[in-house]
Design a protein around this ligand. Structure first.
Ligand SMILES: *Cc1c(COP(=O)(O)O)cnc(C)c1O
Length: 413
């Protein structure tokens, strides 16, 4: 997208605002599909939690994507966006048996990640096939907050518990139609990923009724210059070859599934905020924008580094700024960043704002969540209105009568 388009959107829809470039989402989807072109049956299930606006889900559905969901509400959103139930997989962690049964009753695929619920579900619904989430205990990323394959992770059924798992399957007579892993958020090293895949193939041999093997996600995208990016083409070539060999050994063509979130939407997103104040202190120049970690929490939550550009003054002299928000707590977006000269009223653009940005937004400080705009074929469409005061209070029950008498007596004193 061009700066001019972003500025126009900011003028038309106000700030702060999230903007998503549909063409970038489409090209990422095509790139991933192409990387696995030698696999006969490939299924990409977009991870809804990255960006769950209905219009984005509709776009994904139109591309032939499936949907990976982690709550019954995401399942409902997916159905509302037109996904067929069989194209939705429910991959929750730590949810109740009732929630899994609710999803199953809607006809979506079920992925279970612990032995207790697996046994309970199998006893009650032996005819409903389920996928199992395996923890291969491989750490694919460096940051322990976002690597979920290691030994102390709460995710998945440990490969060391496969004998126990097999006993449950035998006793309940349930059908296992898929096996799944999601080792972490960052695939930095393809060899590590392939190593984890071997563990999955080994596990798969224990099950006779498989339809698919789901390799989760963790595709890393660059956030700033010099960042390592998962080499999708290399991964595609190596894993496809290995997968096709496995299918021959297994005796059936299985579906190779992935659940990319960040890879499909991160780079398609732009977050625009207006500079309220430029404040020079003894050592730092702060640029405060009309937003904060209530709208974009990743820098404070994960130390994520989102590139920040001054799209109102792209030719201005570069200076060092700390870009901060208006929340009454430390909410730094970026420390000592080189940015084209910032003036009050300028619009700053935060890059990689598609994944885990709007979906993590809150009303902290009683602020409204931003608007969302989809940019498609040169046209901007509003896909979510900015909230209003009514949204802040709509579920509150104001029990003023309870305190009225007290206020009156206090005032009487
Ligand atoms: C969050 C999640 C994903 C998506 O991860 P990305 O890093 O955004 O691609 C995939 N699968 C499961 C089970 C998840 O919880």
């Amino acid at each position: 997208m061009k700066n001019k388009d972003l500025i126009n959107i900011s003028e038309k829809f106000g700030n702060p605002v999230y903007v998503y470039d549909a063409e970038k989402i489409i090209s990422q989807f095509e790139r991933l599909t192409k990387a696995f072109k030698t696999v006969k049956y490939l299924k990409l299930n977009y991870a809804a939690k990255a960006l769950s606006n209905l219009s984005i889900l509709r776009l994904m559905n139109s591309l032939g994507s499936g949907l990976d969901t982690v709550s019954i509400q995401e399942v409902q959103l997916g159905l509302m966006a037109g996904f067929k139930p069989e194209n939705i997989i429910f991959t929750p962690n730590g949810v109740s048996l009732e929630e899994i049964e609710e999803a199953s009753a809607l006809g979506v695929r079920i992925n279970i990640d612990n032995l207790s619920i697996l046994e309970q579900f199998g006893n009650k619904h032996p005819d409903v096939p389920v996928c199992i989430r395996i923890n291969p205990h491989v750490m694919a990323g460096g940051n322990s907050n976002i690597s979920v394959g290691h030994i102390d992770s709460k995710f998945g059924i440990s490969i060391h518990q496969i004998p126990h798992l097999l006993r449950i399957v035998e006793l309940t007579q349930m059908k296992i139609n898929g096996i799944h892993m999601h080792t972490g958020s960052d695939i930095l090293d393809i060899e590590v990923f392939l190593y984890a895949s071997e563990i999955l193939f080994d596990t798969a041999k224990n099950f006779k009724d498989l339809e698919f093997i789901d390799f989760g996600s963790g595709f890393k995208v660059p956030y700033k210059e010099g960042d390592i990016e998962t080499n999708i083409e290399e991964l595609g070539e190596k894993l496809s070859g290995r997968f096709n060999t496995f299918c021959k050994e297994y005796g059936r063509e299985l579906t190779l599934a992935f659940e990319p979130g960040k890879f499909l939407v991160s780079e398609a997103g732009y977050f625009l905020a207006r500079v309220n104040v430029v404040k020079q202190t003894t050592s730092t120049v702060f640029a405060s924008v009309d937003s904060g970690f209530n709208h974009l929490i990743r820098p404070m939550l994960y130390g994520a580094s989102h590139q920040i550009e001054n799209i109102s003054n792209p030719k201005g002299r570069e200076r060092y700024y700390s870009v901060v928000g208006y929340i009454c707590e430390t909410d730094t977006f970026g420390n000592n960043r080189r940015i084209n000269e910032i003036r009050e009223g300028d619009i700053l653009c935060f890059k990689n704002a598609g994944a885990y940005c709007f979906t993590m937004a809150s009303n902290y400080n009683s602020r409204y969540r931003p608007a969302e705009v989809l940019w498609h074929e040169g046209k901007a469409s509003l896909i979510r209105k900015r909230e209003t005061f009514d949204d802040l209070i709509k579920n509150q029950i104001d029990i003023k009568n309870l305190f009225m008498a007290k206020v009156e007596s206090t005032e009487a004193k």
